[in-house]
Design a protein around this ligand. Structure first.
Ligand SMILES: [Zn+2]
Length: 196
């Protein structure tokens, strides 16, 4: 790939589905192809990781923590990377779209990883906008912790507060298939309240 026209790849799925691992794998391959890479993740997210491998990678500091997408552009200018990875994209504000577009206009390959849905099953942050703009999509799935089927949803375990996703609290969540996720939400709603 010449990369001169820019390319947006989006890796998305529930928690524990290996999104960060897939992002890291693509960056490693780009490095093998002698491309200069740069990786970023949201700074509020330092304790959260998608899975064990990402945790170990994180300890090696593979991604630079930034608070806003503008910082990604500033750091990119400084490094001149050809391939830019952005992890936990759901935590960034609307300016992420603009920053990604700038990188694409400069002919860069941008690989974004993030949660497509929150634990309520709602589209998360500005991920829908990125999914719509992508040249290539990759949906990662996890394993349902109830039945072992393929999991596409993030379930918030009972007894947790109502925040969208608690930073640094992956133990509060588990991956579930849609059927087990719905069953869990109905059980949470209580008798007579979950019939819709
Ligand atoms: Zn299940």
């Amino acid at each position: 790939m010449s990369g001169s026209a820019g390319r947006l790849e989006v890796i998305t799925g529930p928690m524990f589905s290996g999104k960060s691992t897939e992002l890291l794998r693509r960056l490693r391959l780009a490095q093998v192809a002698r491309k200069k890479t740069a990786a970023f993740k949201h700074a509020s997210d330092v304790r959260y990781s998608d899975d064990q491998i990402a945790t170990h990678a994180e300890q090696r500091g593979w991604a630079m923590g930034v608070s806003t997408a503008r910082e990604i552009l500033e750091a990119w200018h400084a490094r001149g990377a050809q391939v830019i990875g952005i992890d936990e994209a759901q935590f960034f504000g609307e300016e992420l779209i603009e920053s990604v577009e700038v990188l694409l206009q400069r002919g860069r390959r941008v690989i974004v990883a993030g949660l497509n849905q929150d634990s309520f099953g709602r589209p998360f942050g500005h991920m829908p906008e990125l999914l719509a703009r992508a040249d290539a999509l990759f949906l990662t799935t996890a394993v349902c912790m109830v039945c072992g089927d393929e999991a596409t949803k993030t379930f918030r375990k009972p007894g947790i507060g109502s925040q969208q996703v608690l930073v640094g609290a992956e133990q509060e969540y588990e991956a579930r298939c849609r059927a087990c996720w719905v069953a869990g939400e109905r059980a949470r709603a209580g008798p007579g309240d979950g019939d819709f």
